[in-house]
Design a protein. Structure first.
Length: 187
């Protein structure tokens, strides 16, 4: 069996094929390459650090068990992110359903909250979104799901997902452009 140094230069598709053939080091290299991106996506979706680590680990276990299903049609990272996104959504389903059912009028009535730091990064801006907006934006722009795929995953109407994405993107643009500070709805 080759060590990681021998396989570090291989393409993800080649590593997946080796992993499917039982080469654990090949799968370890895939996890090393893409684990932090998966955890980052989960954090943007709303998971705290510990939950992101747990779900990323679970996603890696699922991917290891199903590595033979990876065909290389897309990137390995996107495939792993889809698995992680689905696991996150299963774990957080009750909270997401409540957030998706929340009336838009409740969002508008939320009190504004000024930020002390004028420089906002994307993660901070995402945390300022309503949970439904954050999840929809993260799925569609962070994990690469189409609006229809996100709607199916969330068991929500397509129009609702599109609204959350549009509203979330509008708020993100405003926040990141230095416009109105908006409001925090998840704290």
């Amino acid at each position: 069996m080759a060590d990681v140094g021998d396989i570090s230069g291989l393409h993800d598709v080649e590593l997946a094929a080796l992993a499917a053939a039982g080469r654990r080091a090949a799968f370890g290299e895939l996890v090393r390459r893409h684990g932090s991106a998966v955890r980052g996506l989960l954090r943007r979706m709303g998971a705290d650090a510990a939950m992101a680590d747990d779900i990323a680990q679970d996603a890696c276990l699922v991917a290891f068990e199903r590595i033979a299903e990876f065909r290389g049609d897309g990137t390995f990272q996107a495939w792993l992110k889809r698995i992680a996104s689905r696991l996150y959504l299963k774990r957080a389903r009750r909270d997401l359903v409540r957030a998706l059912d929340q009336d838009a009028a409740d969002d508008a009535a939320a009190a504004p909250d000024a930020f002390a730091d004028a420089r906002l990064d994307l993660d901070e801006a995402l945390r300022s979104l309503a949970p439904a907006e954050r999840v929809c934006v993260s799925l569609c722009y962070g994990a690469g799901f189409s609006h229809a795929e996100a709607a199916e995953l969330l068991n929500a109407p397509l129009g609702t997902v599109k609204s959350h994405v549009k509203r979330g993107l509008d708020r993100l643009r405003e926040r990141l452009a230095g416009g109105e500070t908006g409001r925090r709805v998840n704290e």
